[in-house]
Design a protein around this ligand. Structure first.
Ligand code: PRP
Ligand code: URA
Length: 208
């Protein structure tokens, strides 16, 4: 599907099942989400730019590679925080911004309350992290904020996506490639993804 890459690695599928299970308690949910995030990070960075560097092994000189691209991770608060640990584990030089948004329960429209991102976004690969893409309102708003700050290469990284959200992001930001581990069936009348995994923020922090 245009602009949508499904990460369907067997280990990701196994972890997603654990995350969907309502019996999985918060402490396990956080640990599994972090592990899944590292697996997702491999897929999202598959085409990362590299440069050759010269190094010395204990035996001789040889050439190796270093990452030649700035990476900025931007979790959408709160639930996006659950993906940061797994990403920085494999991208230790990444800088991290934060966008605070929550969905109004009645209107389902995003309400913004915090925005702090590193400078020079225009030179970076910006990975916008949020486990859930439901109506797409939060992601579309976050992408607009990032573009206003100069970001021009943005990838949206979700764990579970609804078709409705994919359509909105594709329409409002056709330049943004979306990565997800599952394209679920639909939204219910309260804007929750079916089958989904519930409210990701509540499941992470035990605030249900
Ligand atoms: C969740 C989720 C996304 C948003 C998705 O956050 O983490 O940010 O909903 O919904 P949308 O695609 O319809 O905008 P929520 O608003 O529940 O905030 P929280 O993470 O602080 O609980
Ligand atoms: N936000 C969530 O955390 N879960 C959903 O199913 C929809 C929005």
């Amino acid at each position: 599907m245009k602009n949508l890459i499904i990460i369907d690695h067997p280990l990701v599928k196994r972890d997603l099942t654990l995350l969907r299970n309502r019996k999985t308690p918060s402490h396990q949910f956080r640990a599994i989400l972090r592990r899944t995030a590292s697996l997702m990070a491999y897929e999202v960075s598959r085409d990362l730019r590299l440069k050759e560097i010269e190094i010395h092994t204990p035996l001789e000189k040889t050439t190796g590679v270093a990452v030649d691209q700035q990476i900025v991770l931007v979790p959408i608060l709160r639930a996006g925080l659950g993906l940061v640990g797994g990403f920085v584990e494999v991208m230790p030089n990444a800088r991290v911004g934060h966008i605070g948004l929550f969905r109004d329960e009645e209107t389902l429209k995003p309400v913004d309350y915090y925005f702090k991102v590193p400078r020079n976004l225009n030179r970076a690969l910006v990975l916008l992290l949020d486990p859930m893409l439901a109506t797409g309102g939060s992601a579309a708003a976050a992408i607009s904020f990032l573009k206003e700050r100069g970001a021009n290469t943005i990838r949206l990284v979700n764990l579970v996506s609804a078709p409705e959200g994919v359509r909105i992001v594709r329409k409002t930001h056709p330049d943004v490639v979306m990565y997800t581990c599952a394209l679920d069936r639909e939204l219910n009348n309260r804007g929750y993804i079916l089958p989904g995994l519930g409210d990701a923020g509540d499941r992470m922090f035990g605030t249900e």
